[in-house]
Write a new protein. Sequence first.
Length: 135
Amino acid sequence: MAAQKNDPKELKFRGVYLGDLKSIKALYLGNESTKNQMICENELNEQFGIPLNVVEWNKRIIAYSFVNVDAQTKPRIQLRIAEEFSAMNIAAQLTDFTIRSHEGVYGLNGGDAFSDTKSVQNSIRSFVDWMNQCN
């Protein structure tokens, strides 16, 4: 089973579908660093960001990329990877996939920043509010 788990041929990189949001939220809430930041259990905050792409293994979402605003108030692409898959080399692949698939839409500059910080912040806030209402 472990050999199959590490087989990169089994990984599927793709965009986020509406049906993925429950799995993405579970991955976010299951992360130890996330648990320390939560005000209310199962409630998302702006650190959740906006999911962009996912990595699937055996029909399970094991990682996702998202846009979030960093401490310098610049939008950045970040990743969240299920702990049991963190040893796999998927971070660089997911980052590259996200940059390639979104640079034309969002004006990404090598994964460094989105073009309009205020719009990204507003979009994140609206998205997180919507996700919390749909809970």
